[in-house]
Design a protein around this ligand. Sequence first.
Ligand SMILES: Nc1ncnc2c1ncn2[C@@H]1O[C@H](COP(=O)(O)OP(=O)(O)OP(=O)(O)O)[C@@H](O)[C@H]1O
Ligand SMILES: [Mg+2]
Length: 235
Amino acid sequence: MLAVEGLETFYGDSQVLFGMDLRVEAGEVVTLLGRNGMGKTTTVRSLMGLVTPRAGTIRFCGREIMGLAPFAVARAGLGLVPEGRQVFPNLTVRENLVATARPRAAADVGAPWTLARVLDLFPPLRERLRAYGDQLSGGEQQMLAIGRALMTNPRLLILDEATEGLAPLIRAEIWRTLAALKAAGLAILIIDKNVAALARLADRHTIIEKGRAVWTGTSADLSADPALSHRYLGV
Ligand SMILES: Nc1ncnc2c1ncn2[C@@H]1O[C@H](COP(=O)(O)OP(=O)(O)OP(=O)(O)O)[C@@H](O)[C@H]1O
Ligand SMILES: [Mg+2]
């Protein structure tokens, strides 16, 4: 579904990605693991067209999407829950959800995401529809950020540190939600610090070190080799 090869991404003269590779198959949950500053968010920003790589290819559903503007990438079916949530502070919950919504493409399978379905997934948001983005708790903001991404009816949902800074109960709720989305067949790419929760949820993991993928394998492979986590993740 997603095949990324040889990405080289720069901020000005400073190179961050040095030939990054990544694959996600249909229905698969894949993680991108790595220490701080290794290029996880830059990889995601490269996928979404928020920064344009100088080299490489990004094929999604059989089509080259590198170089497309962010709105066109979203229309192609990549939905991002960005690092830091980035809900629109001056829009209400309802407005946040509908502002970037995209109807489901005719070829897509499964039930489409609508406002009603997102509110069924996150009932606390129903009570807060008229509240502004900056009036929400961290947990409510995170539900809103996930709901907003789902409202684009993505074929691939990407989450960058979605449980960061949340209370344990809310965190557990987010993990349950992601497991339900996986069970419904959605492909997901996740970046998160909670390796134990990721190992339970994900099919496959890719480790990034200094802007390139250095390892990929299953949860069983990852658990079987503690030296790997120690060396590349510092855990
Ligand atoms: N807008 C920017 N301009 C210049 N350098 C940047 C910018 N954003 C990130 N960097 C640098 O690029 C490198 C990779 O950053 P990136 O945010 O991709 O890492 P990360 O793996 O997501 O880290 P973290 O786990 O802390 O979120 C870091 O050295 C960072 O300082
Ligand atoms: Mg990051």
